[in-house]
Write a protein that binds this ligand. Structure first.
Ligand code: NAD
Length: 500
């Protein structure tokens, strides 16, 4: 049976791709191919970048206030279409509808933040930096910006990028994951409906071929990437080599440190939600618990009981806690990692292998899996599993646990569970991770703060959205001015002027 083929979105309209390569998009709950997406080639990339370049001068000259009004209308349309976007995200990714709707909402909050752009673009001003000399700074757009996004948040991760870039006066080419492109195409159409001029926002579906054409394109000024660490590093290095500014967010292995004084029932609930929500396919999922001292046994008993009660099934069905993972290949990788955990001597407290969901026999399901007594030399500790597998390590002291977390190469998110302000404060101060929760399991910063990790979780300097996002999508210019009266004209001097 032939499946519908998606179009690209270029210059304010749907357009067929020049490329003839296609990607199958499966519903992970059923394994069924629901549609296909073009895998754009360099001709498609050139068309999208050319549209964005042509739209840039007029968009840059549109006042920030007028840009903000279009963003406000876009936000309203996004709210009206939230359920449809959640349905598309759930269909192509597999997550539950409630989870998908929550992530769309978190993305809408970035549009809300970006709608304050007239205020965000105010530079600095100082009078009399020298006698009769004033100084002010401007934040000006970069030009054509590019977003390359992963499969696990079909709406939210693109929304970390393009509303801020466009609010700042840039034009944009988005290349979503070829596994989940429909939300991006829908959002581009809604933005046009909100009054965005043609060419300001473009979407091309594609894979490495499209990414490579974007990374090396002479008319691209900035690249935002979110995905796995090896690809993030590649995107950062290639983009930088071609003279672009790049922010490339990578993978994660997020640890929760649990102290014996924590409220264990609260902690167990928080960790179950953070580990198994979205089938563990969140870059901020808690995938690793480090239990200190007596916390281990108390927590494990609760986790076992709560995790065993999770309902797994198709994400669009009522009462389901956890959907499938993204693909058959990913399911097989997760299962082989679980096999390795058993072979390397970890205690398998709950085994999610071999799960079949009635009515969804061809779906890509892995049941919630829990390992205890994991050690740092095991593959299940060293690899990002990105599935519904939670591992528990034991540590004797708070200091041992902090050292263990700081030795991990990733540094995206982490959390501490304790009732002691002393431990919480030390954790916040000493932990080498970009986003920290104190009794908050998934500390995803709100849109008016910035999102980003440290170490192998981020290549580049600036995080996404918040003021770091504004700084990434603008170039600062500093203007020093003097308006001397004719009688103040001084003779030429060849010495370096010292103002002060
Ligand atoms: P991925 O790295 O496979 O793909 C991300 C994007 O890069 C996609 O658009 C894809 O088409 C493109 N791509 C893939 N391989 C490429 C290659 N060899 N060359 C050029 N481009 C390539 O990631 P994914 O599987 O879609 O997403 C899961 C990963 O993303 C996990 O590692 C997860 O931790 C990470 N992630 C990180 C964050 C964060 O904020 N740090 C957020 C979400 C997801």
């Amino acid at each position: 049976m032939t499946q519908p083929v998606l179009s690209l979105w270029i210059n304010g309209q749907a357009r067929s791709a020049a490329s003839t390569r296609l990607a199958d998009i499966a519903n992970p709950a059923t394994g069924e191919i629901v549609r296909q997406a073009p895998l754009a080639n360099s001709e498609d990339v050139n068309a999208a970048v050319a549209a964005a370049k042509a739209a840039f001068p007029a968009w840059r000259a549109t006042t920030p206030l007028r840009r903000a009004r279009i963003l406000t209308r876009f936000r309203e349309l996004m709210e009206k279409n939230r359920d449809e976007l959640a349905r598309l995200a759930s269909e192509e990714h597999g997550k539950t509808l409630a989870d998908a709707a929550g992530s769309v909402q978190r993305g809408i909050e970035v549009i809300e933040f970006a709608s304050g752009v007239p205020h965000l673009l105010k530079g600095e001003q100082a009078e009399d930096v020298g006698r009769g000399v004033d100084c002010h700074s401007l934040l000006q757009p970069v030009g054509v910006c590019v977003g390359i996004t992963p499969f696990n948040f079909p709406a939210m991760v693109p929304l970390w990028m393009f509303p801020v870039a466009i609010a700042c006066g840039n034009t944009f080419v988005l290349k979503p994951s070829e596994k989940v492109p429909s939300c991006s195409l829908k959002m581009a159409a809604l933005f046009t409906e909100a009054g965005l001029p043609d060419g300001v926002m473009n979407v091309i579906t594609g894979d490495k071929e499209a990414v490579d054409a974007l990374l090396t394109h002479p008319d691209v000024g900035a690249i935002s990437f979110v995905g796995s660490t090896p690809v993030a590093k590649y995107v950062y290095e290639t983009g930088a080599r071609h003279g672009k500014r790049v922010q490339a967010l990578g993978g994660a292995k997020n640890h929760a440190l649990v102290m014996p004084d924590a409220d264990m029932a609260f902690t167990a609930d928080a960790i179950v939600g953070a580990a198994y929500g979205s089938a563990g396919e969140r870059c901020m999922a808690i995938s690793t618990v480090v239990a200190v001292g007596s916390a281990g046994d108390a927590l494990l008993a609760l986790l076992q009981q709560k995790v065993a009660g999770l309902k797994v099934g198709a994400g669009n069905q009522p009462g389901i806690d956890m959907g499938p993972v993204i693909s058959g290949a990913h399911r097989d990788r997760i299962v082989s990692l679980i096999d390795s955990g058993v072979a390397q001597g970890a205690t398998l407290a709950l085994d999610g292998r071999g799960l079949t969901v009635p009515g969804c026999e061809q779906g890509f399901f892995v049941g919630p899996t829990l390992f205890d007594h994991v050690t740092t030399d095991m593959t299940i500790y060293q690899e990002e599993i990105f599935g519904p597998v939670l591992i528990v390590l034991r540590a004797n002291t708070f200091d041992d646990a902090v050292r263990l977390i700081n030795r991990n190469p990733y540094g995206n998110g982490t959390a501490v569970f304790t009732r002691s302000g002393h431990w919480a404060r030390r954790f916040e101060n000493e932990i080498e991770v970009g986003m920290v929760g104190i009794n908050v399991p998934i500390p995803v910063p709100m849109a008016f703060f910035s999102f980003g990790g440290w170490k192998a979780s981020l290549f580049g300097d600036l995080h996404m959205h918040g003021m770091e996002g504004v700084n990434f999508y603008t170039r600062s210019k500093v203007v020093t001015s003097r308006w001397p009266a004719p009688e103040e004209h001084s003779a030429a001097t060849l010495a370096m002027p010292a103002l002060g």
